[in-house]
Design a binder for this molecule. Sequence first.
Ligand code: FE2
Ligand code: FE2
Length: 189
Amino acid sequence: MSDSIALWRAEHANFATLLDLLEGELDLFHKGGSPDYELMLNIMFYMTHYPDVLHHLKEDLAFARIKEREVNARPLVDELTEQHAHLKEFGAALVRALDDIVNGSIMAREHVEVPGRAYVAEFRSHMQREETAILPLAAKLLHDRDWAAIDAAIRHIDDPLFGKNGEVRYAALRGQIAREALAPKAITR
Ligand SMILES: [Fe+2]
Ligand SMILES: [Fe+2]
């Protein structure tokens, strides 16, 4: 497996961890508990500043190359590209809902729960579709020179949460991720 495909999968695993955390907060909310809005906003800040900005952009460039080489993949690529735009809209809607709650302008729990559940479901199904349908095609059709061209075409940013030089703003979120990783699943929620 090329490094690029391995990195692609690793990023999906990171996003899945964050979606689990987000869902945990929504579950808490649903049961009448007090969710950690700060944590949820930090997760969404990351989602809208790394996956939306770099991961999906890189995928769009990889998809364009796949589409050129495999005519049958065109409908799938169009579907996934469209989902990137939807995820951006869903993410923005969730951030707005969280801001409303934090600012105290809206108190109804459905206000966050509905866009939160929609975001988690849409992101998970998108990654699932990519893992099963497009990653195998990318592994077959894209070579090192393609990945080099893709990397050269985008402005690289280090992953601000999971990267080596993680940003300070995510310190609390990193701590939560580490605690979740150590906690036995049965008693985490
Ligand atoms: Fe994607
Ligand atoms: Fe992806």
